[in-house]
Write a protein that binds this ligand. Structure first.
Ligand code: CP
Length: 309
């Protein structure tokens, strides 16, 4: 059966844990499985770390990655997204890696590719899901031996427009984290009935939210998904809602600071915190390659065990 990675919720039981453990093992020198075939990347939205780390992950496994720039493809001549993806799938790559501003696009693509044996990997869809970011964040923490059941994890900033937050909370709940918190300006917090934030405490006072936190994840303001919103300027936002040097200085000595990137220094996080000893930002980036290798092994393993895909 073809394995797609669309979101955390659709992962079969145990597979998130297996992908995280495999990424950690690869980062510690486990031998990668040799894979053959091609990966086609279709990014309708800009990316630095996700696109390049999928590409490096493919190279390190022996898969050949190709990146299509949709702006220079026949999408611009009226071809539907489904037809573009079916056309690429007809060339029989192992997987399409898809990023799109519209939530639900990876599911649409997976539907269009039904029966082809070509997997779809979600590299971020709108504000809905970014499963490999959540998995690589968890792998970064697992690598340091985090105790999921005892962890207090706090996400700060623009939760409302964040696909990273939605996937992260889904994954952390699955891993058994009970103490999940969020804090940010009310205009950037999700609707109270948004199911993606079930069980996450909304703490209005940022300093109270950070109290005794073991993990703090800073999120940038997702301006590309905000049409009209009045927000304070960068300095005022930083003072009110950023992880300033002072706030970071009051964190628990063993607290870790994560950020999925891109980082807006001096807005959601102080430069000294982003570069400081608590920061795991570049470890996240490094783990991203190992995690995406684990994802390709997972996808390719399913393809090999399918007799006539
Ligand atoms: N974290 C993340 O998705 O970064 P990019 O947009 O650079 O891929």
């Amino acid at each position: 059966m073809t394995r797609h990675l669309i979101d955390i919720e659709a992962l079969p039981p145990g597979d998130a844990e297996r992908l995280i453990a495999r990424a950690v093992a690869l980062s510690r020198g486990a031998r990668p499985e040799a894979c053959r075939g091609e990966i086609i990347q279709l990014f309708w939205e800009p990316s630095t770390r996700t696109r390049v780390s999928f590409e490096l992950a493919a190279h390190r496994l022996g898969l050949r990655p190709l990146s299509i720039d949709p702006e220079r493809s026949s999408s611009t001549k009226g071809e539907s997204l489904e037809d573009t993806c079916r056309t690429l799938a007809a060339m029989q790559p192992t997987a399409l890696v898809v990023r799109h501003a519209e939530a639900g696009t990876p599911q649409r693509v997976a539907g269009a590719l039904a029966g082809t044996g070509v997997a779809v990997v979600n590299a971020g869809d709108g504000a809905r899901a970014h499963p490999t970011q959540a998995l690589l964040d968890a792998a970064t923490l697992a690598d340091e031996g985090i105790d999921w059941a005892g962890a207090r994890i706090v996400l700060l900033g623009d939760l409302r427009h964040s696909r990273v937050a939605r996937s992260a909370f889904s994954l952390y709940r699955r891993l058994g984290v009970e103490d999940l918190r969020m804090s940010g300006p009310s205009a950037l917090l999700p609707d109270p009935d948004d199911p993606a934030f079930r069980g996450v405490a909304r703490v209005e006072d940022i300093d109270a939210a950070l109290d005794d936190a073991g993990v703090v994840v800073c999120l940038r303001i997702q301006r590309e998904r905000i049409r009209a919103l009045s927000l304070p300027d960068a300095d005022a936002y930083h003072a009110a809602w950023g992880l300033t040097e002072e706030r970071a200085g009051r964190l628990r000595p063993d607290a870790r600071v994560l950020h999925p990137g891109p980082v807006n220094r001096g807005v959601e996080i102080a430069p000294g915190v982003a570069d400081g000893e608590r920061s795991r930002i570049l470890r996240q980036v490094r783990m991203g390659v190992w995690l995406r290798m684990a994802v390709f092994e997972w996808v390719a393993g399913a393809a090999e065990s399918t007799p006539s895909a």
